[in-house]
Design a binder for this molecule. Structure first.
Ligand SMILES: CC(C)(COP(=O)(O)OP(=O)(O)OC[C@H]1O[C@@H](n2cnc3c(N)ncnc32)[C@H](O)[C@@H]1OP(=O)(O)O)[C@@H](O)C(=O)NCCC(=O)NCCS
Length: 401
């Protein structure tokens, strides 16, 4: 006699769960077999074979915990079909979720996505006592946004025009589901005043340089006082020395110390991919080729043409001298005119009023805050968010050549 294993009846699997079950969807971990429908739940615009998705489930997923990451499938209760996924990233004191539902489900999918986010937020914040559950969504998902607002999510930042879809641009919204016990104890982070920084007045972009002679060695773009070139292994010395001699406490969340070997490896690797997510340029003084800092683009999205900008000048003697702003405009010229980006964004810790002042004078606009990002003075610290559109940068005043 052949033994047969009875398959569970479709649409009954959620009955085996006591939590993370909503009206129309439930959340569960991924299992081999889920790869068959991976285009629905993997956030990728590129074709991915089921074999690759299977490899991710069997080999990569078990290691994700080491990177402080976790993943859950969003499953439809009525027939146990996976319609999307949630990716969790656990920070020092918060959890950030990247949420995805197959866009082919249209408005139904938005409803399911909202249910999944609300279940996950309550699980993380009410049950696991996380401080702040954050997610970023675009304004084309108006149904999700509406449902999340009704459930108590708060919009804390809005970066303009970060998504392009069907020839239209949509903003990206940062939403937080805060832990009510902590709000009661230390107050609402949206009520804290942002520290004042600088005059906020925009300064003209330094005049474009037309070279008479040869450009400095390996230069990408040359400004009045500084130029940008790719970073190399030798620049690691400055990160190390500058790090050890750091005499300012306000701009960072505690002074970091990185090893020479780690830095050399990172810098020598450079950007060896075709479409790197991180691009860094060394800032050097034209007069003597001295390395004084780095400006970079992080989280580069070549499809929607967006990125995050970030500068670092390792020695405090080179800060507050205008070099950072001059270098930033060279980076923005590269970002907007070479890479063709549409907009950039930036984040600055509240106490880093110098960096915020520099962004304002470079033409960036403050557009909200990212709350409770790191432990700070017996409570939790916040970041100011900024954005800048390519069209705004092009329209900024410029010095005469
Ligand atoms: C951020 C950084 C790249 C800015 O470059 P920079 O060359 O220092 O900037 P600039 O000199 O062009 O502009 C700084 C402005 O802030 C003002 N400023 C200086 N200290 C300030 C302070 N404590 N609060 C407010 N404004 C301050 C300066 O006066 C200047 O404005 P001004 O031109 O109107 O006088 C550089 O300071 C740096 O590397 N800091 C350490 C790393 C860092 O903070 N990285 C950014 C993380 S978000």
């Amino acid at each position: 006699m052949t033994e047969t294993t009875a398959k569970p009846e479709l649409g009954t699997a959620s009955q085996g769960y006591t939590f993370l079950v909503g009206d129309e969807i439930y959340l569960r971990t991924f299992v081999p077999g889920d790869e068959k429908n991976a285009t629905s739940w993997r956030r990728s615009i590129f074709p991915e074979s089921p074999e690759l998705a299977e490899k991710w489930i069997k080999e990569d997923l078990p290691k994700e915990g080491r990177n402080n990451r976790g993943h859950l499938a969003i499953v439809r209760k009525s027939d146990d079909i996976i319609i999307g996924s949630l990716a969790f990233h656990y920070g020092t004191i918060d959890v950030t979720i990247s949420a995805h539902v197959d866009p082919l489900y249209g408005e139904r999918g938005q409803r399911w996505l909202a249910q999944a986010l609300i279940l996950a937020a309550e699980w993380q914040v009410v049950e696991n006592h996380e401080l702040n559950f954050m997610t970023e969504l675009h304004t084309n998902q108006s149904i999700v946004l509406e449902l999340l607002h009704q459930a108590g999510f708060v919009e804390t930042a809005r970066w303009r025009e970060m998504l392009e879809e069907n020839g239209q641009r949509y903003d990206r919204v940062l939403l937080s589901y805060f832990n009510a016990d902590w709000i009661q104890r230390i107050g609402h982070p949206m009520d804290i005043e942002v520290p004042r920084s600088g005059t906020g007045a925009i300064r003209p972009i330094p005049a474009k340089v037309v070279l008479d002679g040869d450009p400095p060695a390996n230069a990408l773009i040359v400004g009045q006082r500084v130029y940008l070139r790719p970073e190399d292994k030798k620049d690691a010395d400055h990160y190390i020395k500058g790090g050890r001699q750091e005499d300012e406490m306000f701009w960072h969340i505690g002074r970091p110390l990185v090893s020479q070997a780690q830095m050399e490896e990172e810098l020598a690797e450079g950007t060896n991919e075709d479409y790197p997510g991180y691009l860094a340029w060394a800032v050097c003084i034209r007069e003597n080729d001295e390395y004084i800092g780095t400006v970079g683009l992080n989280d580069v999205d070549y499809v929607n043409r967006t990125a995050e900008t970030g500068p670092y000048f390792p020695y405090s003697k080179h800060r507050g001298e205008g070099y950072g702003s001059e270098a930033k405009h060279l980076l923005l010229e590269y970002a907007f005119e070479v890479l063709g980006l549409h907009m950039v964004r930036s984040l600055v810790a509240f106490p880093n009023t110098r960096s915020a002042a520099a962004l304002c004078k470079q033409g960036y606009r403050a557009c909200g805050r990212k709350c409770w990002e790191y432990p700070h003075e017996g409570g939790f610290g916040n970041m100011v968010t900024f954005d800048l559109l390519a069209s705004e940068w092009r329209a900024l005043p410029r010095e005469d050549a």
